[in-house]
Design a protein around this ligand. Structure first.
Ligand code: HPA
Length: 278
């Protein structure tokens, strides 16, 4: 999939949208990108249609085993959603236009809101493994920007505002829901890095120093593109490892997944209710 030419890119988006609409005619209100930590949400969706990424023209295909590639249409707490089960990471080798292609497609299909989840390392010394952090801002340390190149004027501005990348009313609402349910949820700043290696102790210190509370390898590209299209965003991290001085230890992907599983029911419970309130 070559994404160099913007006319061609828009055509590819349109072809993907046309294909999907041929398979499923319903209108979805909310787009959901499931990262590590929110996969279980699928069990709470009344599924109306499921389409494999591989069948959708120009859709990238996930290479990470933990992310099955399915676009799922259905109802979550009575609200019509499109769920991306499986997302694309920069470290897999996709370029930014590929990573954010599904977000463009969901917007074109009429979603009005975007919910994103991810797994992240906790830089804030008060965080524990399995905690949840509602993202209230981010720092972009990816080496490439998804908006680089000729602007897609049909979608939004050349220089989109990023003063409120995460809809702060929803941050408050999510924290209220968490409190009501007895879930200890934090809020904080997510820094996006390319990975795939985890950080050195010096890098964790640096990321904390520049103001981040959690670090991960996703989310930021999708959020930038969503904001360019004026889609309001809600995002949450499952804290899978601790990255503050004295707490850093060797971790494996298996441990990251196990830790995300602790956060999963909390994140699921928050999103199930939040989706009705936003
Ligand atoms: N660093 C970067 N990405 C991550 C981490 C981390 O410590 N944990 C989960 N995703």
């Amino acid at each position: 999939m070559k994404k160099g030419n913007s006319v061609e890119y828009i055509e590819q988006i349109n072809q993907a949208v046309n294909f999907i609409q041929g398979e499923f005619s319903g209108q979805s209100k909310v787009g959901v990108i499931l990262g590590t930590g929110l996969g279980q949400l699928i069990d709470h969706i009344e599924v109306e249609k499921s389409i494999s990424y591989a069948d959708i023209p120009h859709f990238p295909i996930s290479t990470v085993e933990t992310h099955a590639g399915q676009l799922i249409f259905g109802k979550l707490s009575g609200v019509s959603v499109i769920v991306m089960k499986g997302r694309f990471h920069y470290y897999e080798g996709y370029n930014m236009k590929e990573i954010t292609f599904p977000v463009r497609v969901m917007k074109k299909m009429g979603v009005e809101k975007l919910i994103v989840s991810n797994a992240a390392g906790g830089l804030d010394p008060d965080f524990a493994v399995g905690d949840v952090m509602v993202i209230n801002d981010h720092i972009d340390l990816f080496p490439e920007n998804p908006l680089r190149g000729k602007n897609l004027d049909d979608f939004g501005l050349r220089f989109p505002d990023m003063s409120e990348p995460y809809h702060l009313k929803w941050v408050e609402e999510a924290l209220r829901i968490a409190k009501e349910k007895g879930i200890n949820a934090h809020q904080g700043i997510y820094v996006g890095v390319q990975g795939p290696n985890l950080e050195t102790r010096a890098e964790y210190k640096y990321l904390r120093t520049i103001g981040a509370d959690a670090v991960g390898m996703s989310t930021v590209p999708e959020v930038i593109v969503a904001r360019q299209m004026d889609l309001p965003v809600f995002a949450m991290s499952a804290i899978t490892d601790l990255c503050s001085p004295g707490k850093i230890k060797k971790i494996s992907i298996q441990e990251v997944i196990a830790a995300a599983a602790i956060a999963e029911p909390k994140m699921t419970a928050i999103v199930q209710e939040l989706v009705q309130k936003i």
